[in-house]
Ligand binder design. Structure first.
Ligand code: 3PG
Length: 214
């Protein structure tokens, strides 16, 4: 899948769930629950040891979901997530070595940016789509708007402190292609297999997104 097609999927999905998972055997049910609620992109972070296996399980068994690897911070992890079937990669920050590894792997990448210097490094590397992280803590929509001024070529996926209550203020910005967040996939719902709740949260997010972006 080429970069343009991946970006289209992110844009169409609008709200990207950021999954932190402790038990990879729950990943397939989790992804099905999200898809049922209208969310068909799943970012699985490598924050827990189960992350990689969870990503691989979704890539293998849930063709309706686009598997994205999150919290990728080293070149070695780039190779691992490619092997696991990730179709795109998200990082909390920008690093030249990860940039090079992603280029070699041929996977689309959303590096994390929070400052103008981060954006300068991303743009110098030819990267024009980034995760704005941590979005709320870094100043929210008004900070993102100001940051975008000198970088009109960039678009963003704000993540960090985003939820149903503030979704609209990010999606109101034309440079925002989608938002990300963990609120769709609460740790307790995953741990107890409460897939109805996950589907409900996904549906609410999807409906809010459709109202805002049609
Ligand atoms: C991330 O890494 O994308 C964030 O930790 C998700 O932020 P949230 O938990 O505030 O949604």
């Amino acid at each position: 899948m080429d970069e343009a097609a991946v970006l289209e999927r992110l844009k169409a999905c609008g709200v990207i769930p950021v999954v932190v998972i402790e038990d990879a055997s729950l990943a397939v049910d989790l992804a099905h629950a999200l898809v049922e609620g209208g969310i068909d992109v799943v970012e699985v972070t490598l924050r827990r040891p189960a992350g990689l296996a969870a990503l691989a399980a979704i890539a293998e068994e849930v063709p309706a979901a686009l598997p994205v690897a999150g919290t990728v911070v080293t070149p070695a992890q780039v190779m691992q997530v490619k092997e696991a079937g990730a179709k795109a990669v998200v990082s909390p920050g920008f690093s030249e070595s990860v940039d090079v590894a992603l280029r070699e792997a041929g996977l689309p990448w959303l590096p994390g940016v929070a400052t103008a210097s981060d954006c300068m490094r991303a743009v110098a590397a030819g990267r024009t789509v980034a995760k704005f992280f941590p979005a709320e803590q870094a100043g929210g929509p008004s900070a993102l708007k100001a940051l975008s001024g000198p970088f009109p070529q960039m678009s963003f996926c704000p993540t960090g402190g985003v939820g149903l209550a503030n979704l609209s203020s990010y999606l109101a910005l034309p440079q925002v292609i989608c938002v990300g967040g963990s609120w769709l996939v609460p740790a307790d719902a995953i741990a107890t297999g409460d897939w109805k709740r996950v589907t409900q949260l996904a549906r609410e997010a999807n409906e809010a997104f459709k109202v805002l972006r049609g």
